[in-house]
Design a protein around this ligand. Structure first.
Ligand SMILES: [Zn+2]
Length: 394
């Protein structure tokens, strides 16, 4: 199977290091509702994992949840809720909505607040190696001490200090924090602010920075090097760039990740779908009108690497395709029959080519139409078998 690696910007033959494929996907911050952009990311990895399992691999899949951060605290103050109650509520909603989309849950769903002890160890390791420093109860990663910093950022055109700094500023990396030696330094441990929850550490009470939780969890649950690490394309910089720096210097092993996979953003009305812009298509609203199959088919009809704009017409077309599968099931009956190796081979070829689900879904749609026209239950059976590989309920 070939997968595109963001770091090398090329299609690479995918070879897991061991029998079990290790996959880490950056998860949500639980303070608001799940939108179609989230679903695109998590259904992409769901489809990949189902396909790898179909091919006979065993997979260990870890996803984190950033259950403490500025957004969680701000939103909980706005709602007059405790931060952990808000987190618990939103985690349950997220998992419930993704379950409704028939995702395969991660084997480990890890909370940042359960990782504190190990995060502190990673911080200590980075301080010992001279790559991090303590300042007024905070720990910062010192970017200028790290000659390799920015490897992944370069892959998306951020080639130098200044271009990284510009994007870091735009993304709220607090460049003017007086406690830092340099504006690009990023926080590994954040000193407690008045009224905020805190955990004990060698540097005083505080809470972990965001990037460090993923380095710590990935190394803890999956080992110092992983086969696949992914998330939305907006995580390439700074989040994943910082993760590489932290993990490789802590473990002394490179590459931290063999295949970096990033999923394109979903747009609506010409803008990236985001909480801050408020232009969201919410999964829970879609589920009132459309089947999980229809929603999955819309997501899978877009290639994961590219951004796309969501139009309601696509959902209607996908709902029609879903009906075709229902009719094929009625024709075939509960028992499946013979095979169709031509369809099978074409489907596999599409999936092997960087998870080309747009082609795979189109093949199944056309084959379903053909099977119905010809009353061909062998072809129909093959359609149903392969639809299940895509996580469709048929
Ligand atoms: Zn992450």
């Amino acid at each position: 199977m070939k997968l595109f690696n963001t770091l090398t910007q090329s299609l690479q033959e995918f070879k897991p290091a061991n029998d079990t494929v290790t996959i880490y996907v950056c998860g949500v911050t639980p303070y608001d509702t799940t939108h179609l952009g989230h679903a695109f990311t998590y259904i992409t990895f769901d489809t990949l994992i189902r396909y790898l399992e179909y091919k006979g691999h065993s997979v260990k899949y870890v996803q984190n949840v950033t259950d403490i951060d500025d957004d969680v605290l701000r939103k909980s103050r706005e709602l007059g809720m405790k931060w952990d109650e808000l987190g618990n509520r939103e985690i349950e909603r997220f998992l419930g909505e993704m379950d409704s989309l028939n995702w395969r849950r991660p084997d480990v769903y890890a909370r940042a607040t359960d990782e504190i002890e190990r995060i502190i160890q990673v911080n200590q390791g980075l301080i010992e190696r001279g790559l991090a420093y303590v300042s007024e109860g905070c720990v910062f990663y010192e970017v200028k001490k790290d000659a390799e910093f920015g490897k992944l950022a370069q892959a998306v055109g951020l080639n130098d200090y200044q271009s990284m700094l510009t994007i870091a500023n735009e993304r709220g990396n607090f460049p003017d924090d007086k406690r830092k030696r340099d504006p690009l330094d990023f926080v590994l441990w954040q000193a407690q602010a008045p009224g905020e929850p805190a955990w004990e550490s060698p540097w005083g009470p505080g809470r972990p920075g965001w990037h460090i939780e993923c380095s710590s969890m990935s190394m803890h649950y999956l080992g110092q090097q992983v086969d696949i690490h992914g998330g939305g394309a907006d995580l390439v910089f700074p989040h994943h760039t910082c993760e590489i720096a932290q993990s490789e210097h802590y473990s002394g092993k490179a590459p931290f990740v063999r295949n970096w996979m990033h999923v394109g953003m979903v747009y609506q009305e010409g803008e990236k779908m985001s909480k801050s812009l408020g232009n969201l298509t919410l999964v829970r609203n879609l589920l009132k009108e459309y089947s999980a199959n229809a929603i999955r088919l819309v997501l899978q009809s877009h290639h994961y690497r590219y951004q796309w704009e969501c139009f309601p017409e696509e959902l209607k077309i996908a709902a029609e395709t879903d009906k075709l599968f229902t009719r094929v099931r009625e024709m075939v009956g509960p028992e499946e029959h013979g095979e169709d190796s031509m369809l099978h081979n074409r489907f596999i070829a599409a999936m092997e080519n960087d998870l080309n689900t747009p082609e795979a879904t189109l093949l199944l749609k056309h084959a379903a139409q053909q099977a119905l026209e010809e009353n061909n239950s062998n072809l129909g059976s093959e359609v149903l078998r392969l639809a299940k590989v895509l996580g469709l309920t048929v």
